[in-house]
Ligand binder design. Structure first.
Ligand code: SRM
Ligand code: SF4
Length: 570
């Protein structure tokens, strides 16, 4: 018996290519919200309706409407932004949002707290500096990730170009965004409107792509629907290994949902990469689950078809075969903090931005400092900003003279000092969670820093301050901070309580395993301290924390997504 399509399918089909009546609703001043249907459609334009959960209960008591506002997510392949664009985003955050900029785990910006009546103006101002939020969310291809330092070598520059090319190729064709936010009127065309790649029901679910250059897995290749792993001969990219079927999201207690690592399925030439992205999208469009949105990501399509079956279908769509995958090895993950040099003699500075939140606090005027640096770099030849996949920021491609100009500012505003943090803190990720995320079950961004402070005492005592251990926290199991591939992962279960996962691969190459369930925050330090001490005493030469906890029996290794929930000793 065939199952019923999910209601979102009819919604997309009947939306007139993502228009719905968004324009009317955005103009309606009687409420700060929009209808449930339009909330779904607004995601395709990079916006989510949210409410401030810190004041939700109080407002309910006082019989007030929720404190509605929107988040806007900006699309920027490879996380590249000019100083001028930075300044515009800084201005928008102060004038239309909550005064902060959020750097996301996918190299993008988010503005939080934009009220409905300021949405159109915010988008127009973004447009004035060539930024947009098209396809930043929704059932389409999202922001494409790649190494944030394209000046390091010509290969790095080439992968950024590929990210741009694929992004442009997979961008929805509808004129809805322009009509609703920019021109305010219909784009006249003699051709009937169509979405050549997506069709009028778009994809069954969100779709994510990343590109990496080994030995660095700084974009978490295995967590993506589709990835390209550059294979180099000398300085030259001779092609890419292709991997498919990664993803993080799951639901507590639903074993048929699980994080899954992508499978490497073959090798292609650089010229084939855009075509391969399109055809992987088409296979997912045609074979992805459109009945149950909890089973509709590409990872479940690959699981259902098997990697071999998926590859065979992909090759049928391509009309040619993939070559056998080539050897590669990842040896690093995360960001390369501090100064690094480019092939052209210029330098980059990778800064640490806790939780990706660019904000001024009493003791640390980070946002003001970055604004002043952007002012100094405005109009320079090649210097720019790069958002990393780990919520951090690179000030990139500085000439020696530009470096000299900004060095005093880096000191003055404490930006350099932040790099003295413990290696665990530098390798941490926390998703947004409360108060804006409607799906959060527990704190993340507002809690992980103090938890790390607690653990730092243990690390100091054990002499592990400078040993990198990946640690990630999310407020729910959707996995926005990619917690299931960290060596220590915390996933919100209830307010104040977390599932604790151990044993992820340091290079993002192995899923972790549930170690303890529903642990109150204050019990995490006593739980982990003996394990960290044990690690300090008995680790083998070069042994990573994630490998150690498996060797010494704290958890079993997870070998495949579909066994993630199995063999758990609680
Ligand atoms: Fe995410 C939903 C924030 C990266 C998996 N994510 C959300 C929403 C929009 C909540 C919602 O649907 O109402 C969150 C908004 C919170 C807020 O207030 O800002 C949200 N996700 C984020 C960001 C901002 C986290 C961050 O702290 O940086 C990241 C934005 C990335 C971007 O710029 O596009 C973010 N989300 C991710 C990642 C990591 C990645 O892509 O590398 C994942 C896991 C990888 C994956 O997709 O499998 C991720 N987000 C999800 C899911 C689970 C999807 C699933 O397969 O089940 C949801 C919920 C959903 O889609 O139903 C979700
Ligand atoms: Fe929200 Fe959950 Fe994503 Fe965190 S992981 S931002 S709580 S959806």
């Amino acid at each position: 018996m065939s199952k019923k399509l999910h209601p979102n399918e009819a919604l997309k089909e009947n939306s007139n290519f993502l228009r719905g009546n968004l324009a009317e609703e955005f103009a309606d001043t009687s409420t700060g919200a929009i209808s449930a249907d339009n909330q779904q459609l607004s995601k395709f334009h990079g916006m989510y309706l949210q409410d401030d959960r810190d004041v939700r209960a109080d407002r309910r008591k006082r019989k007030l409407d929720k404190a509605y506002s929107f988040l806007i997510r900006v699309r920027m392949p490879g996380g590249v932004i000019t100083p001028d664009q930075w300044l515009k985003m800084d201005y928008l955050s102060d004038n239309y949002a909550n005064g902060t900029l959020k750097l996301t785990t996918r190299q993008a910006f988010q503005l939080h707290g934009v009220i409905k009546f300021n949405l159109v103006q915010t988008v127009r101002e973004m447009h004035s500096v060539a930024l947009d939020s098209i396809a930043a969310c929704g059932d389409v291809n999202r922001n494409i990730m790649c190494n944030p330092n394209p000046h390091i070598s010509s290969a790095h520059a080439e992968t950024l170009k590929l990210a741009d090319d694929i992004s442009a190729h997979l961008l929805p064709q509808t004129g809805a965004y322009h009509e609703i936010f920019l021109e305010g009127e219909k784009v006249i065309s003699s051709e009937p409107e169509e979405e050549k790649i997506y069709g009028n029901t778009y994809l069954p679910r969100k779709f994510k792509i990343a590109i990496a250059i080994p030995p660095s897995n700084d974009v978490d290749i295995y967590a993506h629907c589709l990835s390209f792993i550059a294979i180099l001969e000398g300085e030259k990219i001779i092609g890419y290994n292709v991997s498919v079927g990664g993803g993080m999201g799951m639901t507590h207690g639903a074993e048929d949902t699980f994080p899954r690592l992508a499978d490497v399925i073959g090798f292609i030439t650089p010229e084939q990469a855009v075509d391969v992205s399109e055809k992987v999208v088409l296979v997912q469009r045609d074979f992805g689950n459109r009945e149950d949105r909890k089973q509709s990501r590409l990872k479940y399509t690959v699981e259902k078809m098997t990697p071999e079956g998926f590859t065979a279908k992909l090759e049928e769509y391509l009309g040619y075969k993939l070559q056998p995958a080539k050897e590669f090895k990842f040896e690093t993950n995360g960001d390369r903090f501090g100064w690094s040099e480019n092939s052209n003699g210029n330098v980059n500075l990778n800064l640490f931005i806790p939780g990706g939140r660019v904000v001024d606090t009493l003791g640390y005027p980070m946002k003001a400092g970055l604004k002043e640096i952007a002012e100094v770099l405005k109009g320079t030849e090649g210097a720019d900003f790069r958002l990393t996949a780990n919520q951090n920021l690179v000030i990139a491609n500085l000439t020696p003279a530009e470096r000299k100009l900004i060095e005093p500012l880096l000191e003055k505003f404490g930006l350099i000092k932040a790099l003295d943090s413990s290696a665990m803190r530098l390798n941490s990720i926390a998703c947004v969670s409360l108060p804006t995320c409607g799906l959060a079950l527990a704190e993340a961004e507002r809690y992980l820093p103090s938890l790390i402070t607690d653990l730092e005492e243990t690390l100091e005592n054990c002499g592990l301050r400078h040993d990198a251990i990946t640690i990630r926290m999310t407020g729910c199991p959707n996995g926005c901070g990619r917690p299931f591939i960290s060596e220590i992962g915390f996933v919100g279960r209830n307010p104040g309580k977390y599932n604790v996962y151990l044993g992820g691969g340091f290079f993002g190459q192995r899923l972790n395993k549930l170690y303890k369930e529903s642990i109150p925050g204050e019990e995490i330090k006593p739980l982990l301290t003996p394990i960290i001490e044990h690690y300090a005493k008995e680790r083998e030469d070069g042994e990573r924390f994630g490998d150690f906890v498996i060797r010494t029996g704290y958890v079993k290794a997870t070998t495949a997504g579909n066994t993630f929930h199995k063999e758990i000793n609680l």
